[in-house]
Design a protein around this ligand. Structure first.
Ligand code: F9T
Length: 257
């Protein structure tokens, strides 16, 4: 059994900058020998993704724009990837969004549009991308997405994103059932709070990190590389018997009331 990712190609969706969890995942996969393909939502992210990828020694990365709210964009992107590389061995879905004004205050005030936007981008996009990627994973593969504790229990201010993450978590299980027969595994990493561009949109981060340092079993915040290495595990043969699972990489915080 080979646990290196040499000779394997993975798509990483959602690198925005060097703090992105997706970038931590890309670094771990690269260090394990993987060939990487990056997708970004809009042209404005292309340069920073290319600049980051250029720092990966010996990596011959490919780059594609993909707007996950547009089915044609998804179909076109994976058609291009199939034309360019043929087979991929897995995918990291690190994409989520909710309107800022829905990420604070009373959840009761969630708008219909805000609810649908959060679910469209943060949950449905996993199913849409999995369907487009499946034909390229002819040798089987792994799909990993990012979720958060706020989808399992109430975290003040996380609001509609928590409901979208609950939907994402259920999607992971239904996709695991649907894709298992194609030897494609689907799992999620529930990451503890990390100071990313996205995190700027939710709650009072300093108090959340302070609470983790005081009460999490490991008494320290989660790091990008810890999440990256768990993604490597879930996308490698180490986890060949694992699908439909949510692994908490959160210093153990989820076990604390
Ligand atoms: C109150 C909860 C504190 C811990 C939150 C940890 C966390 C941090 C970032 C997370 O990812 C997103 C992604 C997009 C998102 O929506 C945004 C982000 C920035 C601006 C904006 O208009 N929407 C909110 C959170 C996420 O799902 C969870």
């Amino acid at each position: 059994m080979n646990f290196s990712l040499e000779g394997r190609t993975y798509v990483v969706m959602g690198v925005a900058n060097k703090r992105s969890i997706a970038w931590g995942i890309a670094q771990s996969l690269h260090n394990a020998g993987a060939r990487l393909i990056f997708t970004y939502a809009a042209e404005r992210f292309e340069k920073s993704v290319r600049d980051l990828a250029d720092s990966l020694e010996g990596q011959d990365a490919l780059f594609y724009q993909c707007d996950v709210t547009d089915d044609e964009s998804i179909t076109e992107t994976f058609q291009q990837i199939q034309n360019d590389v043929g087979t991929i061995h897995g995918l990291a879905h690190c994409i989520a969004f909710a309107n800022k004004d829905e990420l604070k205050g009373d959840f009761l005030n969630t708008s219909r549009d805000g609810f649908l936007t959060a679910h469209n981008i943060s949950s449905y996009s996993l199913t849409a991308v999995a369907r487009a990627a499946q034909p390229l994973m002819s040798e089987g593969g792994g799909i990993v997405t990012l979720t958060y504790l706020g989808g399992e229990r109430v975290v003040p201010n996380y609001n509609v994103m928590g409901v979208a993450k609950a939907s994402l978590d259920a999607s992971v299980k239904y996709l695991a059932e649907s894709l298992g027969q194609h030897s494609i595994r689907v799992n999620a990493i529930s990451a503890g709070p990390i100071r990313t561009l996205s995190a700027k949109g939710v709650g009072d981060f300093n108090s959340i990190l302070k609470d983790i340092e005081e009460r999490a079993p490991l008494r320290r915040p989660t790091t990008q590389d810890e999440v990256g290495d768990t993604a490597y595990f879930l996308l490698s043969d180490f986890s060949r018997g694992v699908t439909g699972e949510i692994i908490h990489v959160d210093s153990g915080f989820h076990i604390i009331g």
